[in-house]
Design a protein around this ligand. Sequence first.
Ligand code: ADP
Ligand code: MG
Length: 731
Amino acid sequence: MTSSSKRNQSIFEATNRPERVFEVPKENTGKTMKVSEYFGDNVFDFRTAEGIPEAVRVELLKVAKISGKKLKREHVEVVATAATEWATQRGATHICHWFQPLTGSTAEKHDAFLAFKGDKPIEKISVTQLMQGEPDASSFPNGGSRSTFEARGYTAWDITSPMFLTESTNGKTLCIPTAFVSYSGQALDVKTPLLRSINRLDAAATKFLQLTGKSDAKNVMVTCGAEQEYFLIDKAFVAARPDLVMTGRTLFGSLSARNQQLSDHYFGEIPERVLSFMQELDHELYKLGIPAKTRHNEVAPSQFEMAPIFNDANVSADQNQMMMAVIKKTAAKHNFEAILHEKPFAGINGSGKHLNWSMRDDKGNNLLEPGSEPHQNLRFLAVMGIVCEAVYRHGDTLRMAISGHGNDHRLGGHEAPPSIISVFLGDTLNHIVEALLAGKTFTPDDKKFVDVGADQLAQLMRDNTDRNRTSPFAFTGNKFEFRAVGSSQNIGFPMSVLNAAVTEVFNESNTWLEKELGAGKSVDQALQELTLKWIKNCKPVIFNGDGYSEEWVKEAAARGLPNLKNTPEALGVLTQKDRISYLTEMGVFKAEELETRYNVLIEKYVLAREIEYRTQMEMVNQYVVPSALEYKAELLASVNASKQAGVDFSIEKELLSMLDQTFQKVYSECSNLKRALETVDLDEHVTAAAKFAEQLMPMSESLANQCNELEELIPDHLWSLPKYREMLFLR
Ligand code: ADP
Ligand code: MG
């Protein structure tokens, strides 16, 4: 048996998979159902569900809309009964409180519907069961925020996000989106601060609308659509790569000669087996009420993307978590592993998540829609100025909120925005901004005269927001797109930070507006001055050039923009009271919650890296070294045979010396990494994280490069790990 036989077996399996057929829902007549006929079939939303009297619905809607309004038990009872009936009719046996602890993924605790009325078994969820759960919080990362006697955590029903039914092979479960808080009311999850931030931004933006001529504005919702990138790799390859199994990325691997340089994958024809997967994925998402819209190949081989139609921020954040889970689950059915890691393969693009973000009022008007009337234009420009100012002030916390060991490989890597947070406005808006700053009227390139604040801005904007993929925060026509978010991350955290930052500037704008309008200034005049005030101040953050360039790094430094290069550095922001105080002042986070997050995130970084280093060393010892030794033995045998036969063996000698050189390096670099890891006190998370980022990371990367050299030297039949070209191109 050669070393590569296991690898060959993976290749055989991956290339001989039959396509999976799934059952498309059919009508009684046998006709295939349209998506619109089954969309949301697995969703229970009190707003639309049967069995809820109109009067109760109205009361519940008030609670969902108005923060601070409390749920009444009798109303919850109605929902609990209706949800039980609905779910059990569909075959559900359990309910679960579904929540988002700081681990980054989701958690669930199941309870059966089964209850007893006297001796009689029935299906029931009680009011308390629906409203509140008590998972043991001590097993979730808490960053030292709770002493052991306070191990109790509570999950609380989030009425704004619909319940949903998950189906597995042998049963169904009713999932209830919940917030997860400690006994003393600290948020132990991602959802709670997000909900707070949505409420705070609502209040501030609604007031802004009321002050600027929309006196009937009732509320403002944050809207969000998250584009999700992922890789699909055949299960057989993943199973043969300990690094993919343990860490979600390859810890070494020689880049195939052909990778993404032909640009032939992006938007190319979707491979048949992948399309089959996508069709089932979309089907599963539709049932869950997730409006999957776009699907296509991405830049790197075997990389794909899906994007939903945007939704209210909280629902959208929940749906993105669900989406990631459904992608993984459905991929497995097709014998794929869906890889959500930000950088599974070195040398080709990694995966991100574009967080499209905007706000809309209760009449559905988008606050970032330029609009076709002068005063709409002016309000739009002011909102744009407010968002830019917010990003300028709080770029460091935004950077912090998207940090993570996976994203570290991507940011600034000539494939993703750099670690410097700047704003891209596009040509038209930029010209307007420049005209405003110069005190001039704005003339667009096409010679149609448009005064600042005159009409046609909407049309111009739509045509002129050309793409700048290099910007981390870009205006794209009627929304901003935060592009530096990592593919595996929960969008709730960066969105909470963004909402808080924008709220702060809205609040200041409102105070300023009240004063100016009170002094007799017209709304139009005040809006123009407000825009100018913010644009002038935040000018350094606006950058329309190439974000990947070296010059930008220098220029950004000259402009005073922070450049937080890795996760430990970025997380350091959480220890700077003056930099994070706004998050508590805006009521989005409590001070202890930020401390908790710091501890949890820094620990997570240390643990993830430690696992990577250990896995890498294990693979060197168990896969790379044996392959090298085998090759060496082969070469030596050839030398001996040549000697005996009296023929030249200079080539063998040369190969031996090349092999030995690289082998030596691999061996010594691996030993060095081991020693370096031994000197790190892993319980001292902060110093360990810094050491990992600054010292061990470069060592591990150098070791990876040496392994890649060996991979290139060693004959194919002696290499046991699936190669990049196989994982990325064979299916
Ligand atoms: P792209 O060209 O980047 O694919 P799209 O217009 O298709 O741009 O939008 C990308 C994402 O942005 C989608 O998820 C879409 O639903 C979302 N999106 C569009 N408008 C808004 C908005 N007003 N607020 C939040 N997200 C939005
Ligand atoms: Mg986009």
